[in-house]
Design a protein around this ligand. Sequence first.
Ligand code: AMP
Ligand code: ZN
Length: 107
Amino acid sequence: MSDCIFCKIIEKSIPSEVVYEDDKMLAFKDIRPSAPVHLLLIPKKHIASLQELSVEDAELIGAMMLAVPQIAAQNGLQHGFKTQINTGVQGGQEVFHLHIHIMGRPV
Ligand code: AMP
Ligand code: ZN
């Protein structure tokens, strides 16, 4: 998606502070953090939101959920964290590329 800011982050055509990357997903620091640690985990495949997720994405979303606690722990949140997925306009979604917010305070 040429007009998608998170696709541009994946392509590295706009900068971000990447904290985790593999062939399927990317995690980076939220530019306007609402917690001391505030990361966004996104699939490299452009999926607009949870509402556009299909059965063929089951393995991908499963892999992302399994990665969440590992990425959190690597960033100081081994004792717990909050996750959030805003979905659709009414759900407060601003960037229409599926993302999992990972937020917390390191101890
Ligand atoms: P949402 O409301 O769930 O769509 O959240 C979008 C999030 O993306 C917000 O927390 C923004 O601060 C964050 N964001 C927007 N642009 C960037 C960017 N270029 N780099 C990092 N985070 C961003
Ligand atoms: Zn995208």
